[in-house]
Structures are given as structure tokens and as C-alpha cells.
Design a protein around this ligand. Structure first.
Ligand code: GLY
Length: 575
């Protein structure tokens, strides 16, 4: 089938089986009082930021694969169809709910600092952070974890062969994908960076050096080669074999740090998720080196003591309360969060209800506390923005939530020559210098200082909410520092404000991260509300959209999916 026909038929099947999936049974599936409606399914669902990849996952589910099989196929497909965030050259986190064992596990495939990394590696001769070196150089790259993470999950919890699951991605890379308006715009946005790297330019810019245009076909021949290598040899192709050799050679040629020893030393870890409770629901989310799970739970604990539903969704009082809740959480993040293999993160203290009680007492319902009055508190003795998230649920009751990333849109914008693989700039998520914010304005200290083998602190927050022991909500989002608050608001919108999952995704969001002391509001929150917030002392700022949540809600034996409308091309595929 030609690429164009493949694309069109995928879209058609999404329309037939996914985006407008008909109700399977009689009874009120849709509530006509609702402004927005989710996609409905019964046997399987994938929500992702790129609809072709959602369809790849759904096809796996229809072939009898489980949610982990589908998640692996989607992870590789997104590397081709959503190159700004889907990846082989980055890393991330996967939460897996195993229905048979009624167990949830957290898989960590975050990048690791190479052996040659050191604490002051981004400081210039004046002791200032060299932002270009930290973000756009061969020194910005952490040892990628995605290929290892996908295989770890598949070997332990999947049922299908890697070879089979890689096929759709390899075909999309080899035959090409239709360049959409959004892909063309994404490329245009970073064109200047692409021009600096021959390997990147050769793929993502036309032969005359201009960005690919909507309607053209983007073929990724080298990426197809890499996918074929992985299909043949498994993750060893990347960490010990030909892909690794090409990557290491490219690094050596450009003075980068990652060598074959670094690749061979890469390790995936598995742990318990971090668990919380909120109004009769159990919350499972990603533990450190993500800060996401800890702070979502910390903020829910604080909010549990307030009548959130009564205060009204996006009312001035409700937004004020959220901002005051977010500030101490992000202040704590700056001090206490880092890679637990290197730093003793006080997780149980931060997520304890007693600590939340203390923090809650400091919140005034009338006035905003200036961020300068707030510092990291003392939880002891209790213990690009272009990331992307996808959620999967299968016919067996299993669920998977994956958030993975290159950090910035297209990462460093450097492709390792001969591999087609874009390299991450995750090293910028470390704290290069205490008090110096990273690209998301986030501060950090000792806990997140650079060390060889350490993983940079993340905000990625793949999350599951359980009701009566069963998964009820699978969610997550990209958005750098705003990931944590986007996930928080999805949970509040569902649990407190009783929204359906499409409404929960569509409604305007807010964000506060302590520093800078700004209450960020999306469009759609009224000017009256904004003025009330200012009168309470908030420094309000209108922002671009925040997040791109990809969620599935399980209710009444059905699956309700919503791909955030904030980013074009996202879509739920349902069966
Ligand atoms: N690179 C964004 C994050 O991991 O939070």
C-alpha cells in the first residue's frame, strides 16, 4: 500500500473504530448536557498524541496482544510519526497495571548521565551556566533508555515478539509518513537548529534546505535501518551493536561523552509506584527520579481538606486554592527531589497526610502568599515541553501509562549520523548550578546535581487512579514543569467536578510552580476571575496552552478516551 493510502486508510479506520466509535450497547453513553464527548470503546483503547500511532496500538490489541504489547508498538510508532517527542534516543517512564495479579509496577527508563559527566560540566569560565552546551550540544545527551525500557516491559509483561511489534514503525519509517501541517510547522520552528547538523538536515529538511511541506512524504531511511537492527538483535543492537557503534562514533567525532561503555552500562529499573489516597480513590504514579507522582499526591493531600467541588471549577476561589497548593509543592521539589539511587528522597514524608495538614494551615483563602515567603518546608522525619504521553487499556483488564521524551521539541535537534535517531537533551533537567533555573524555570540543588550514572529529575507523571480496587483513570501529559499540575487538574476535574474525561481534558488549565511567582492561566478563564485573582495578590499571566493529556476513563464496563485538543493530530483509537 502506498504511504498516502496507508495514511488515509489509517485515518478512515480511526474514524470508523476510534474517533467516532459508536456506542456498543443501548443505554445513555453520551450525556447531551456535556460540552465535549469522549471516544467510547469496550475491548481496547489507545490515546496518544498522534493518531496513526494510536491505530498501530489498537491493531495490536485486536490481534490479541495485551496493553504492554500495544504500548511497545505505540512507543516505536511515535518515534516515527511524532519525531519531536516520540523517540528511540530519549527515555521515560511506564506504569503497568496487571489485572491478573492485581498489581501495578513502575518501570524507569529515564536517561542516565554518562561516566564522563560531572557536576560543573556546563559552567563557563565565569561560573555561569552555558545554556547552549547544556541544551544543544553533544554534551547535553543522557544515555538513552527508551529501547531498553520497551524491551524490559515486553520481556517481563508482554506476549508478542519485538519483531512483530516493530513492523508497523519500521514500515512507516521506510515508506514514509504524510507531512501534516503540524509536523511541517514543528520542523519550521526549529529549522535553524536542524541546519547545524548534517544528519538532521538530511532527514528533516528538503534537499534545498527548506522544511518539508504539508502533503509531502517524510521518509526516515536511517531510522528504518535502526528499527530493523532492533527487530533482529533486540536492544543489544542499540546498547552493544551496530546502532551503538554509530552513535558512539558520532559522539567521538563531535567531542560528546557517550561511548560504548556508557551504552552497555545502561540499566532499566522497576519499582512500586508511589501510592496516595484521595477522597476514596487510590492514586498510583511515578516515583523518583520523577517528581510527578510525589507532588501530585502531596497536592491532593492538601486539597482533600478543602471543599474543592463546592468552590466551583475555575472559580477565583478554586484557582487561588490551587495556586497556593502548588507553590509549597514546587518549593519542596527544588530541594528534596532527585534520583533516589544517589540522594535520599524523603518520599514518605512528602506524601504523608500529616505533612499536608501542616502545609494546609499556611494557606489563606483570601490572599496569595508571595513566593518569597515560601521555601522548601521540612517534610522529615516522614519520608518541552515536548514530552509525550499515551495510555492503553486492553480486553484483559490490563492498563499502561507511558510518558517519554527527548526533553525539548526534537531534543538537541542532533541526529546520530547513520541511525536516524534524534538525541535527547535531558542533561538540562539536572541542576547545572544551584539557583540557576533550567529551561522550564525549575530550580534544583544538591539532590539533582550532576553525577555520572545518575538520572536527571523529571516531571513526567504517568498516573492511574483506582476505585474499589480497579483502575478508573489512566492519564498523563507532556509539558515540562506543567505536567504535574495538568495531571492534578485531570484528577480534580473527574473526581471533584464530576466531568466526563473529554470535558476534563478540554477545560482551561492553570499553573503555578512557586518560582517564578506567576499564576499562569490559559485562555477561557474570564477576565472577571482574573481581576479577582489579582485583587488577592496573584501575579496573573495569560499563557499558551499547557499540556496534552491522553486519558482513558473506565466506567460501567466501558472505556472512555480523550486526547487533548490542545495539540493537533492527537487521537483515541477504540475497539
Ligand atoms: N524533560 C522533561 C521532564 O522529564 O520532566
Amino acid at each position: 500500500m502506498s504511504s498516502r493510502r496507508l495514511f488515509i486508510s489509517s485515518i478512515l479506520s480511526c474514524l470508523l473504530f476510534g474517533l467516532f466509535a459508536p456506542a456498543q450497547e443501548s443505554g445513555p453513553i453520551f450525556d447531551y448536557d456535556s460540552l465535549f464527548h469522549p471516544v467510547v470503546g469496550k475491548k481496547g483503547m489507545v490515546t496518544s498524541q498522534e493518531v496513526l500511532a494510536s491505530q498501530v496500538g489498537l491493531d495490536v490489541l485486536k490481534q490479541g496482544g495485551n496493553a504492554v504489547d500495544a504500548a511497545v508498538a505505540v512507543g516505536y510508532a511515535l518515534a516515527v510519526t511524532l519525531p519531536k517527542a516520540g523517540n528511540l534516543g530519549g527515555g521515560g517512564f511506564m506504569l503497568v497495571y496487571l489485572a491478573g495479579e492485581n498489581k501495578t509496577v513502575a518501570i524507569n527508563f529515564r536517561e542516565m548521565a554518562p561516566a564522563g559527566a560531572h557536576r560543573d560540566m556546563y559552567l563557563d569560565e565565569n561560573g555561569e551556566v552555558d545554556k547552549n552546551k547544556a541544551r544543544f550540544s553533544y554534551h547535553s545527551v543522557g544515555v538513552p533508555g527508551t529501547v531498553a525500557g520497551m524491551s524490559y516491559a515486553l520481556d517481563k509483561y508482554g506476549t508478542m515478539s519485538l519483531k512483530k511489534l516493530l513492523k508497523p514503525a519500521a514500515a512507516l519509517a521506510r515508506k514514509g509518513i504524510l507531512v501534516t501541517y503540524s509536523l511541517s510547522a514543528d520542523i519550521t520552528r526549529v529549522r535553524k537548529r536542524f541546519e547545524k547538523c548534517d544528519a538532521t538536515r538530511a532527514i528533516f529538511l528538503r534537499p534545498d534546505g527548506t522544511p518539508w511541506q504539508p502533503g509531502e512524504i517524510l521518509v526516515q531511511k536511517d531510522l528504518a535501518w535502526s528499527l530493523k537492527q532492533i527487530a533482529r538483535k533486540g536492544p543489544d543492537a542499540f546498547y552493544k551493536g551496530k546502532i551503538g557503534q554509530r552513535l558512539a562514533a558520532d559522539m567521538a567525532e563531535h567531542g560528546g561523552l557517550i561511548n560504548m561503555q556508557d551504552l552497555a552500562a545502561y540499566r532499566v529499573t522497576e519499582s512500586e509506584p508511589v501510592w496516595g489516597e484521595y477522597r476514596g480513590h487510590k492514586i498510583a504514579s511515578m516515583p523518583p527520579p520523577s517528581s510527578g507522582g510525589v507532588h501530585v499526591i502531596q497536592m491532593l493531600n492538601i486539597l482533600e481538606g478543602f471543599p474543592v467541588a463546592e468552590m466551583g471549577h475555575n472559580s477565583a476561589a478554586g484557582l487561588h486554592l490551587l495556586a497556593e497548593t502548588m507553590k509549597p509543592a514546587y518549593a519542596d521539589r527544588s530541594k528534596y527531589l532527585g534520583d533516589p539511587d544517589f540522594y535520599d528522597v524523603p518520599v514518605s514524608g512528602l506524601i504523608s497526610k500529616d505533612y499536608a495538614d501542616e502545609l494546609r494551615k499556611k494557606i489563606s483563602q483570601e490572599t496569595a502568599r508571595p513566593s518569597t515567603d515560601i521555601g522548601p518546608a521540612d517534610p522529615l522525619p516522614y519520608e518541552s515541553t515536548e514530552t509525550t504521553h499515551y495510555s492503553v487499556v486492553d480486553q484483559y483488564g490490563n492498563a499502561v501509562a507511558v510518558t517519554y521524551t527527548l526533553n525539548f521539541s526534537f531534543g538537541t535537534s542532533l541526529v546520530a549520523a547513520g541511525t536516524g535517531i534524534l538525541l535527547n537533551n535531558e542533561m538540562d533537567d539536572f541542576s547545572s548550578k544551584p539557583g540557576s533555573p533550567n529551561a522550564f524555570g525549575l530550580l534544583g540543588g544538591e539532590a539533582n546535581a550532576i553525577q555520572p550514572g545518575k538520572r536527571p529529575l523529571s516531571s513526567m507523571t504517568p498516573t492511574m487512579v483506582f476505585k474499589d480496587g480497579k483502575p478508573m483513570l489512566i492519564t498523563g501529559s507532556p509539558g515540562g514543569s506543567t505536567i504535574i499540575t495538568a495531571v492534578l487538574q485531570i484528577i480534580l476535574n473527574v473526581v471533584d467536578h464530576k466531568m466526563n474525561i473529554a470535558e476534563a481534558a478540554c477545560t482551561p488549565r492553570m499553573h503555578h510552580q512557586w518560582l517564578p511567582d506567576k499564576l499562569r492561566l490559559e485562555k477561557g478563564i474570564s477576565v472577571d476571575t482574573l481581576r479577582l485573582l489579582e485583587s488577592m495578590g496573584h501575579k496573573v499571566e495569560r499563557t499558551d496552552t499547557m499540556g496534552s493529556t491522553q486519558s482513558i476513563l473506565l466506567k460501567d464496563g466501558k472505556m472512555f478516551g480523550a486526547s487533548d485538543p490542545r495539540r493537533p493530530g492527537a487521537g483515541a483509537a477504540a475497539w
